[in-house]
Design a protein around this ligand. Structure first.
Ligand code: ADP
Ligand code: MG
Length: 238
């Protein structure tokens, strides 16, 4: 226990919440499949970053997480790897009922980056990743979603459009990630985010990542997450 306190302190990790799992020291501590371990090695990721050390075991345990760490700290893999595990754990992978993993990001550039990272870890397991954001043909995205997906990475506006067009359903979605939540609020996406959260079954696992935690984001986290654990790495602004 003292070990854990010391280890967190060395990595500038702070946690709050009940029954917080211990941070891991290596990817090998996560119980990942060989397929995932190979994909991690192929990325050149030798050891987990601090946010990954603490967030991975929490997310893998099924808990909701509020993750606060600066840009470039490796937050994407902290949610993609457990998302792939979660999907592979589903007893029946019915292909036609929409994504199991849903990721919302504020801009098309960010959504595209997450899409590229998601593919690296999802493809080796045969999972299908779709990207849905503005500036690309809505018709093409409609067709892609109709063909089936396991993970969707989306900007909120375009996702709402495609949900209205019935390009996908949220019936299967049980793992929701709100990435860069503060920027989504800055860009005025609060209504869209609330609409999306309201469409995903309440027994979902929800993760919220943000560089800062202004009051509005705090409120969304309180309403949309269940018994979350908060993980902060380094210094954080409000
Ligand atoms: P964030 O979302 O926190 O801004 P990213 O997930 O985009 O950060 O990761 C930033 C960079 O670090 C990316 O180039 C990513 O490939 C790399 N990265 C992530 N995890 C690791 C790791 N464990 N070891 C080395 N590089 C990593
Ligand atoms: Mg990020």
């Amino acid at each position: 226990e003292l070990d854990v306190v010391e280890y967190r302190k060395n990595l500038a990790i702070r946690v709050s919440g009940v029954d917080v799992p211990k941070p891991i020291k290596a990817f090998a501590d996560c119980g990942f499949s060989n397929v995932l371990m190979n994909a991690i090695a192929k990325q050149g990721y030798e050891k987990p970053t601090p946010i990954q050390c603490q967030a991975l075991p929490i997310v893998l345990s099924g808990r909701d997480v509020i993750g606060i760490a600066k840009t470039g700290s490796g937050k994407t893999a902290a949610f993609i790897l457990p998302m792939v595990v979660h999907i592979m754990d589903q007893p029946e992978l019915k292909k036609e009922e929409g994504p199991i993993g849903m990721i919302c990001a504020p801009t098309r550039e960010l959504a595209h980056q997450i899409y590229l990272e998601a593919k690296k870890f999802a493809k080796p397991h045969g999972l299908r990743v779709a990207a849905v954001y503005g500036g690309m043909s809505k018709h093409e995205q409609f067709k892609e979603l109709k063909a089936g997906s396991d993970i969707v990475v989306a900007t909120p506006g375009r996702l709402i459009d495609l949900l209205k067009m019935k390009a996908l359903t949220m019936l299967r979605a049980t793992f929701l990630v709100l990435d860069e939540a503060d920027r989504m609020f800055d860009l005025g996406f609060e209504p869209q985010i609330r609409a999306i959260v309201g469409q995903v079954r309440p027994d979902r696992q929800t993760l919220l990542f943000s560089a800062t935690m202004p009051r509005k984001v705090e409120r969304l986290a309180r309403e949309g997450l269940t018994d979350p654990i908060r993980v902060t790495v380094g210094e954080v602004g409000m």
